[in-house]
Design a protein around this ligand. Structure first.
Ligand code: GDP
Ligand code: MN
Length: 428
């Protein structure tokens, strides 16, 4: 369960980490008026459960009251990467005199070691720092899972952070305290992530200008004290940080999960398969079957790209968007699709697919081969539509091979689709 920034700051502050002075949380711009002085610089921060708000316009600085109210009116009700902004945290702007650092504690999912990460290149995504200047990151793993960060590790982390940070060496002791306290928060509250980015150096010491805490849902049962502190009565149903495709699918109204990282580098030796299955169960089956067929017959060189659940009766436009989303993904080499019984209509499905292919062909947009099978509701009219469509515009639909009815089992459709794709690439 992810905490909102103001909640995470409450936790850090209680642990003794300095945070900016909060002026309140507001749902209406006009309410801010009385809380901000005419010339007091403040930060307006969208309370949404995603990171990267700064880049998306979800963190703004106002020089005083009037600007704060007008910026708030702009921000409230807007959407940030698919999340609507309903509340703003308003706090005094921190005047940094030195650099911006990063301090994070998480768990390495490979071996469950608690991992402390610090960097003097704070204020940007730590993933970006890791890619572009890995020498600016120090990662320390603690296989002992100590409750308190051992002194020697704390000193090493603080020295690394301080030496790379403008004005850092003078504050090395306080930095060490902050690192140890973030670690303590991580352990005490059963966190998956406890993170400060940026940690700004001010004349009075380091201040956590942003705060992120993700609680481990498995530990919530023993976090009654934390819930009490934050005034929460029940666990929130949380959303993890969505990818661009996931946000796009959410906006279109269907469920979608990326299986590859957003910056996944395409391996030219592999075949990447996008999936538009029927319901959620078929979505899981398709992922498994594509991976199994790849392992068994194609040397493990087949990668399923996504989970999708197009069940529940999508519209023609939604079906088109499901395919559009995968065609727009440069990683995808082949799309495998299926309609199997259920309440959603084969007729709507095939109209959505054919419409998508025709439009993209006309517009010269990227298309990859689509193979699949449809069985179930509205099959006769779907078959008629498909046959007519192929007669009318054979060229625009040449990338599509849809088996109608049960002549083939889906496993065969998948295997043949993958084999043909390998043949086209000239791979054996
Ligand atoms: P995020 O983009 O969702 O991680 O939101 P942040 O809270 O980190 O804000 C984005 C950026 O705004 C930060 O990296 C800082 O550069 C800047 N920022 C946020 N709060 C303050 C502040 O109080 N003072 C100053 N000087 N900059 C801030
Ligand atoms: Mn941040």
């Amino acid at each position: 369960m992810r905490l909102y920034e103001n909640e995470a700051k409450t936790v850090f502050e209680r642990e003794g980490i300095a945070v900016p002075r909060a002026l309140g949380v507001f749902e209406r711009a006009a309410d801010i008026h009385g809380s901000v002085g005419p010339d007091s610089p403040v930060m307006l921060k969208a309370l949404v459960l995603i990171g990267g708000r700064g880049k998306a316009g979800g963190v703004r600085r106002a020089a005083g009251q009037a600007e704060a109210v007008s910026l708030a009116a702009e921000m409230l009700g807007r959407k940030i990467r698919g999340y609507s902004v309903e509340r703003l945290l308003v706090e005094e702007a921190v005047e940094a005199v030195g650099g911006a650092g990063y301090v994070g504690v998480t768990m390495n999912p490979a071996d469950f070691n608690v991992t402390v990460i610090v960097s003097p290149a704070g204020g940007v995504d730590i993933e970006q720092v890791a890619r572009e200047s890995p020498e600016k990151i120090l990662r320390v793993e603690l296989p002992g899972n100590e409750e308190v960060l051992p002194e020697a590790e704390a000193a090493r982390l603080a020295a690394f952070l301080a030496s790379g940070l403008a004005g850092g060496t003078a504050q090395v002791d306080t930095l060490k305290t902050v690192i140890s306290k973030v670690y303590a928060v991580f352990q005490k509250y059963d966190c998956k992530v406890a993170e400060i980015n940026p940690l700004l150096l001010t004349a009075a010491g380091p201040v956590a200008a942003d705060a992120k805490i993700v609680l481990d849902d498995n530990g919530l049962y023993r976090q009654g004290g934390l819930f009490h502190l934050l005034g929460l009565s029940t666990a929130r149903h949380d959303v993890s940080e969505p990818t661009r495709n996931e946000v796009r699918a959410r906006e279109a109204g269907f469920r979608y999960v990326d299986l590859l990282a957003e910056d996944h580098k395409k391996d030219p030796e592999r075949l990447y398969v996008g999936l538009v299955p029927g319901g959620a169960g078929y979505g899981i089956f398709s992922i498994d079957e594509v991976a199994n067929v790849g392992d068994r017959f194609f040397g493990g060189r087949v990668t399923p790209v996504n989970f999708m659940d197009s069940g529940g009766g999508p519209t023609v436009a939604q079906v088109s968007e499901m395919f559009d989303l995968l065609f727009d993904n440069e990683v995808v080499d082949l799309v495998i699709t299926s309609r199997f019984g259920g309440i959603s209509s084969c007729d709507i499905f095939i109209r959505g697919l054919v419409g998508c292919l025709r439009e993209r062909r006309k517009a010269g947009r990227r298309v990859v081969p689509v193979v699949g099978r449809m069985v179930g509701t509205d099959l006769p009219s779907a078959r008629d539509f498909l046959e007519r469509a192929k007669r009318e515009t054979p060229g625009e639909l040449e990338d599509m091979q849809i088996t109608v009815g049960n002549r083939k089992i889906m496993a065969e459709v998948i295997r043949e689709g993958i084999r043909d794709a390998f043949d086209r690439k000239g791979w054996t």
